[in-house]
Design a protein around this ligand. Structure first.
Ligand SMILES: Cc1cc2nc3c(=O)[nH]c(=O)nc-3n(C[C@H](O)[C@H](O)[C@H](O)COP(=O)(O)O)c2cc1C
Length: 163
């Protein structure tokens, strides 16, 4: 069986995010890519493995934060993408700096390029992943930072402008 990192999907550039969620006193965070869906209303999608802790928590919380990673957060992206949060609190283990969200309960990560507070509006089950579509109800952007890019199984910053 192939893994997404071995197939062409691992060769395509995409943004890196940290999806954070909190429900019934349990909080979790994982590295994931993210995709623009709509700007009116503002919608974003994350595709989350059925094997992840995050997938267990999002339908209960019905909200989550898409923290868009900055180029300063490569180490964090690796850590949060390497272990499951079922039996450990990754936010505490890695002493991740956080700040409260303004509208929803889930924690926001400090020093990200952007934090998008999302209300879950739709879940689509396909294969071994669930596509969660969130409506952005509040956001924070730090324009002095640059978004982190995942491409060919490596991390990049944006390069030369072509047009
Ligand atoms: C750069 C990168 C991108 C990733 N993208 C996704 C993704 O889009 N969806 C997904 O389910 N897992 C993705 N992962 C893997 C999860 O982060 C990993 O399985 C994580 O341990 C799940 O954590 P959880 O079980 O605490 O929710 C990615 C990992 C890395 C390093």
């Amino acid at each position: 069986m192939w893994h997404y990192r071995d197939f062409v999907f691992g060769e395509l550039p995409c943004i890196v995010t940290f999806v954070s969620v909190e429900v019934n006193g349990q909080q979790n965070i994982m590295t994931a890519s993210g995709m623009f869906v709509s700007d009116a209303p503002p919608l974003i999608a994350v595709s989350i493995s059925k094997e992840s802790t995050t997938h267990r928590l999002i339908p209960k919380a019905k909200e989550f934060v898409v923290n868009i990673a900055s180029t300063d957060q490569v180490d964090l992206a690796e850590k949060l993408g390497a272990i499951h949060g079922e039996s450990i609190d990754k936010l505490k283990k890695f002493k991740i700096p956080t700040e409260p969200a303004s509208v929803i309960r889930s924690t926001m990560i400090t020093n990200c390029f952007a934090n998008l507070e999302c209300k879950l509006i739709h879940s689509i089950k396909e294969g071994n992943y669930i596509l969660y579509i969130g409506k952005v109800v509040a956001h924070k952007i730090r324009p002095r930072l640059k978004p982190l890019i995942w491409f060919e199984n490596h991390y990049f910053r944006l390069g030369k402008k072509l047009a």
